[in-house]
Structure formats: C-alpha cells, structure tokens
Write a protein that binds this ligand. Structure first.
Ligand code: 13P
Length: 285
C-alpha cells in the first residue's frame, strides 16, 4: 500500500494540489467526508488520532475503511498523532496503511531515534509514515487565547534540522511547525511562508500542514504553491457537527436518529467540500 500512497502524494505534488486529511470520530463525520469526496471526485485521507481511535475502536475503524474502500478506492486511512512505538505497532497490526509518528515532544536526538525505529517498522510492513518536527500546539477544539500569545519562535521547525531529520529517519513525509496550531483561536494563524519554502527546498520530501482549521483560503493556496502536499482539518468539522446536531435535536419531530442525523452529515460534508475546492483536490481521481 505504501507505494500506492507515495504515488498519490506524487500526483498532488505534480498537479499542484493538496490532499485533505479529515479527522473523524463518529460514523456521521465519516459519511460527511465520503459524501464530499465522491461528489467532488477527490482523493481524501480519513484520519484518526489516538483519542479518536480509542473512542471509535482501532480495529473497528479498519473494518469500516475496508468496507468503504470497495466503493471508494481513492480513500486512505491514516493514524494521526501516534505517540509511541507500542501504539504504532497496534495500528499497523490492525491494518492502517498510513501512520503519523509524533515524536515532537521529545528532544531532537530522541525524536530522531524513535522516529527512525518507527519508520523502519512501518516500511518493513509496507506502511507510509509521516514524521513531525517542531511544536504544533493546541488541541482540536476552540481556544479562548490568541495564537500569537502561545506560539513562540522556538517552536518553529528549523529548515536545516528538518533536512537532518528526514535524512536520519527515512520518513516519507514531514509535519512541520510554521505558524500553524491545532484548533480555532481568537486570532487567525499567520503562516511563515519563507520557512515553508526553505524547508521544502531542504528536505525534498512531502510536506504536511497540521492545524488547518482557521487558516484562510489564500494562505492555503500559497502554502500549496510552496510545496505543502497534505493538510489536516479537524476542529472546523467538529464545530459544524456539534452545531448541526444541537439544531437537529432541537428541531426533531421524532426519535429516529437517521431523521435528525441527516443534517449533521450534510453540515460536515459542506465543510469538507469547501476545503477540497480550496486545496484544488477536486476532479483528481
Ligand atoms: P485542526 O483541528 O486545527 O483542524 O487540526 C487538525 C489536525 O492537524 C489533526 O492532526
């Protein structure tokens, strides 16, 4: 599967679009993502963090993915923010074809060592692996602070170190800290485009932007033009889901979930459709 995934990233690189990686923790979110992707003929990544996997079930997520894949072969299941080797082994054993190993809280030396071990294991199992260097702060929810008060320059990814990191670890792609953070903040994130350009030039690998919620369409387009190949979106989906669910429950005339859940699915789908178009990933299958 790893080679197939690499081919997809190469296509994105060549054609100047970014793959959207959309997190899900419920079946309705998943249905919303799939509906947007099939409507717009877009390849997409469906992602689950450790918390999301714990809630949905790791093996359950693979079973659902295998069922969906039959109808929608242009979808990739990805294990987002996998923080230990034990968890990495678990997702690979369950059947995840793509994994993000997040050693960013470790010192550079330890991050290299742990990611190298993870990359060797992933590659031996034909699994695509994303590494992470730099501090990507915040959780995927809304925050009452200004990002500029939280994000310090020492958290940003150093281009020279990024080069060393990919050479020493052998990862297939790299997630970086370039002004991005998880969640929606009081202020809008300001991406450091010079840094993105430099990192891309130095690493020559696929580049990943986490913390996509709240970033403006023009910033996304510029980041893609500078070499970003995958963009993660979670909070905007979670917010749309919760608002539509509250509204649906309030308006419902009966207790049949598939009556009031329909609007929840389409609210998620709308968010995903907009991102696919901004990322220029429509009509790419
Ligand atoms: P947001 O919650 O900011 O969209 O970020 C999602 C993400 O990066 C998941 O890894």
């Amino acid at each position: 599967m790893r080679h197939k995934i690499i081919k997809l990233y190469e296509k994105a690189e060549k054609k100047g679009f970014a793959l959207g990686a959309f997190n899900f923790s419920t079946n309705e979110i998943l249905q919303g993502v799939i509906s947007a992707a099939s409507k717009l003929k877009a390849p997409v990544i469906i992602a689950m963090s450790e918390g999301e996997r714990a809630f949905f079930g790791c093996e359950e997520s693979v079973a659902v993915y295998n069922a969906i894949k039959k109808k929608h072969p242009h979808i990739i299941l990805h294990a987002d923010h996998t923080k230990s080797f034990k968890e990495l082994k678990k997702v690979i054993a369950a059947g995840y074809p793509s994994v993000h190993f997040d050693g960013s809280r470790l010192s550079f030396r330890h991050n290299v060592r742990e990611t190298r071990r993870a990359a060797d294991y992933a590659h031996a199992n034909h699994v695509f692996i994303e590494g992470e260097l730099g501090g990507i702060t915040g959780g995927s929810t809304t925050h009452n602070e200004r990002l500029r008060d939280v994000l310090t320059t020492d958290m940003l990814t150093d281009p020279e170190q990024a080069k060393e990191f990919v050479e020493l670890t052998g990862v297939d792609s790299l997630a970086v800290s370039v002004g991005n953070a998880h969640g929606i903040w009081v202020d809008k994130p300001k991406l450091d485009f010079k840094r993105i350009k430099e990192i891309k030039k130095k690493i020559g690998k696929f580049l990943v932007l986490h913390g996509g919620s709240g970033i403006s369409p023009s910033s996304f387009r510029r980041a893609i033009s500078l070499g970003v190949n995958k963009i993660n979106i979670n909070t905007e989906i979670r917010v749309a889901y919760a608002h539509a669910l509250l509204k649906g429950l309030h308006k419902r005339r009966d207790y049949v979930p598939y009556h009031y859940m329909k609007d929840v699915i389409s609210a998620v789908s709308k968010v995903v459709e907009k991102k696919i178009i901004i990322f220029k990933a429509d009509n790419k299958i």
